[in-house]
Ligand binder design. Structure first.
Ligand SMILES: NC(=O)c1ccc[n+]([C@@H]2O[C@H](COP(=O)([O-])OP(=O)(O)OC[C@H]3O[C@@H](n4cnc5c(N)ncnc54)[C@H](OP(=O)(O)O)[C@@H]3O)[C@@H](O)[C@H]2O)c1
Length: 242
């Protein structure tokens, strides 16, 4: 059995999650590389890291969370870090957005974050140790035209972080959110040029962030920051200070 502790990163196949997986691997964790549809890219990451636990699951469903729980439990490696990173956005003005889009974003960004945490926290409680890091978004704090549903789910995550931190403190488990600003990933690559320019104009550092710049903050919260819990750390080039 590996002596390393396990860090599960949801949505580790691409973008921010992939960078977080690499960062935590460098810090000595065995990585639970969760993916949904990007199998090839998750397998490439596993090859790059040299070890890890590949877990496929659809996080728009409760069954997907149960599958992850069973695989983590059966691995019999102490779960030290859970990074709830997987996320989905569909831009649409309120008058155009559908209930289907609403359910999809609520399920992936919010409902299964609560449920997966609820299930996995028992494993951490048993060890009296753990770090839970929820990837929320600047949009949960400031709103954004066409992202009413996405913003609601991300605001909810930051609130969940606060309550979870209060409930889990007595078990030695720290819970925090990292709220990225605009980061250069697949999620933002299709933004229309005029929208991108409008955003860049609002960022004092005048550029989008890199996934690695989110990952290094997650790495800190996963291994240091022993007096930080229940907080939201904003990483956005100065666009919003919290
Ligand atoms: N990029 C930004 O500017 C930005 C800003 C603020 C917050 N965030 C947040 O940061 C997190 C990562 O974003 P990103 O930019 O890296 O996004 P991304 O490049 O679009 O990657 C999304 C990740 O989420 C996973 N995912 C999507 N739907 C899923 C489902 N139904 N079940 C399981 N996994 C699913 C994907 O897995 P597969 O590809 O394997 O399906 C992928 O690994 C998200 O929570 C996002 O809301 C991003």
């Amino acid at each position: 059995m590996s002596e390393k502790k396990l860090a599960l990163v949801t949505g580790a196949s691409r973008g921010i999650g992939r960078a977080i997986a690499k960062e935590l691997h460098q810090k000595g964790f065995l990585i639970g590389i969760h993916y949904n549809s990007s199998k090839e890219s998750a397998e490439t990451l596993l090859q790059e890291l040299g070890d890890g636990l590949l877990i496929q699951a659809d996080l728009s469903t409760i069954e997907g969370c149960d599958k992850i729980y069973e695989e983590i439990k059966n691995a019999k490696i102490p779960l030290e870090v859970l990074v709830n990173n997987a996320g989905f956005v569909k831009d649409n003005p309120i008058f155009n957005a559908s209930l289907e889009e609403f359910d999809q974003m609520v399920n992936i960004n919010m409902k299964t974050v609560w449920y997966l945490t609820k299930r996995l926290m028992r494993l951490m409680i048993r060890n009296r140790s753990g770090r839970i890091i929820n990837i929320s978004s600047i949009i949960g704090s400031i709103g954004n035209p066409t992202q009413s549903i996405y913003g609601m789910t991300k605001a909810a995550i930051d609130n969940f972080t606060k309550t979870a931190a209060m409930e889990m403190a007595e078990y030695g488990i720290l819970v925090n959110s990292v709220a990225p600003g605009f980061i250069d990933t697949d999620m933002t690559k299709d933004l229309p040029d005029d929208h991108k320019k409008m955003i860049l104009d609002r960022i004092p550092l005048k550029r989008m962030g890199k996934p690695e710049e989110i990952a290094e903050v997650v790495g800190f919260l996963a291994t240091s920051g022993s007096y930080i819990t229940g907080t939201v750390i904003h990483v956005n080039g100065g666009m919003y200070g919290g």
